[in-house]
Design a protein around this ligand. Sequence first.
Ligand SMILES: Cc1ncc(COP(=O)(O)O)c(C=O)c1O
Length: 362
Amino acid sequence: MTRVFNFSAGPAMLPRPVMEKAQQEFLDYNNLGASVIEISHRSKEFDAIINQADVLLTELASIPENYKILYVHGGAQMQFSAVPLNLINRLPARKAVYIESGNFAKLAKKEATRYGSITTAATSEASNYDRIPDFDAASVDPETSYIHITSNNTIYGTRWQQFPDTGDIPLVADMTSELLSRKIDVSQFGIIYAGLQKNLGPAGLACVIIREDLLAHALPETPNLLNYKTYAEKHSLANTNNTFAIYMMKLVLEWLRDSGGIGAIEARNESKAALLYDVIDNSDFYLGTTQTAHRSIMNVTFNLANNDLLDEFLSQALANGLYALKGHRYVGGARASIYNAMPREGCQALADFMQEFEKSHA
Ligand SMILES: Cc1ncc(COP(=O)(O)O)c(C=O)c1O
């Protein structure tokens, strides 16, 4: 069997040891004679899995005691609805502020407009989201229920290098494409959420980290299974949750711990991204699509100066075992998604391929 270096933006590659462990114990979990996907979400075996996931995530992300971890149905976009449903009512003005740094940020804002008075405080749409827009949190009305950002913009390849200090207004961050890839001070945020499918596990489930005092504001019409309080009170098991995704996430967290934790993975991620950005920066053949100061270390986006060569670039890359490098249609060009699970060798192989392709086509 040959496995490719998989640069898919999501669902994305998972660490090989995680996939192997899941395969090993798939038919027979813990000598039960049954698979982890065949046992009750209320069994003691599953209880141990979800508890271990909580403990590992708390340790890895240094989550303070006054936060809860929730495993919420529906992936990241479902949180575009859940966040306003749970938080817009924090203050009677029902106002929220969104920073539009990309398409998902825009979609999150659009969904929120169903529930209150939503404004965009900053946007980089005019430059096709090639940067994080300037934002002055001091200019926001203190009667605002929350401020929403997308910390890493998967499609465009940008990220917030530093997060805004929003004072008493809770900062909410969609960290789908970067949670656990770099050190974050969780106490800066009211809510962090992430779909699992990039750095944490399979698609369809979101991990939500929420400050406890924010659990009390849901709009009365909030569906029970979108109410974060339901998840907090029932340890995310009010109904049958996606047990397999939680189990996979637990394996990913164990792998992260065994890989040296977030500090080590962040250093590795930076050096992986640098391999690719160095090729781009030292060439007129490749053009980065983002402002240098705003670059992501998870999604590296670039064009070929001669766009006519793009199809050949992508097909030769694939023939060399470099899979899923086509850029998103909103940007074009190429995109290498290099989440935690991408080994350094994958980035080195891509960097080498890019240089060779340039030499033979310059
Ligand atoms: C930053 C960000 N937010 C939200 C989403 C949407 O996630 P989902 O498909 O799980 O709803 C994605 C998916 O790629 C994403 O990258």
